[in-house]
Design a protein around this ligand. Sequence first.
Ligand code: HEC
Ligand code: HEC
Length: 151
Amino acid sequence: MKKVVLASVLIASFAWCSGVPAATDPLYQKECASCHFGYQPALLNKASWEKVMGSLSEHFGTDASLGKEDSQAILSYLVRNAGNGKITTGNDTTRITLSAYFKRKHREVPLKQILQKEVGSLSNCMACHTTADKGSYSERYIVIPNYGRWE
Ligand code: HEC
Ligand code: HEC
């Protein structure tokens, strides 16, 4: 009995550290996963998603505006599934990559690996996290282009 409890605690904490629920909403996938992959809702908190969705006409140097209905439906999906734990704590910006947690986790990634043309910036999660689209960021599935597995 004890063993079973311990095993499930381990599995639960493992899943929590390296993963977030996948972004499955079809409208979100259609509208928000064309220029970049669909960042999972749990990667930002409610305040951040409100800022992102409130400024789509000036979205990181591009215009990502949507009609009112689609925009409201997506905002509601994002807010319903927003993060509220260690990944998003203290981050009320529009960027996942500016959270303290994110910066800490990527501190050891050499700049030349990030700036190479196959990656470009840390916002390009899929370039290194081969399973990012499934919400899985486990170190086991990290492959840096031209450098290989992360160990
Ligand atoms: C027309 C292209 C385009 C569309 C459509 C688009 N984005 Fe973006 N998005 C960008 C660009 C460009 C960046 C900046 C990437 C970078 O800095 O490398 C970005 C960055 C982001 C970031 C910040 C990532 C980071 O650096 O932490 C979030 C969050 C985001 N987009 C959410 C959305 C959402 C939500 C939608 C749908 C409503 C959306 N995007 C649709 C082009 C787009
Ligand atoms: C240049 C490659 C690269 C890019 C791009 C990148 N990461 Fe990472 N990421 C890593 C590496 C390498 C680690 C492991 C770092 C370590 O353990 O020191 C990591 C760790 C993580 C972790 C912690 C995993 C764990 O089990 O502790 C999360 C979560 C994560 N990244 C999310 C993201 C997200 C979300 C994006 C995009 C917004 C992203 N990463 C972009 C390379 C990258």
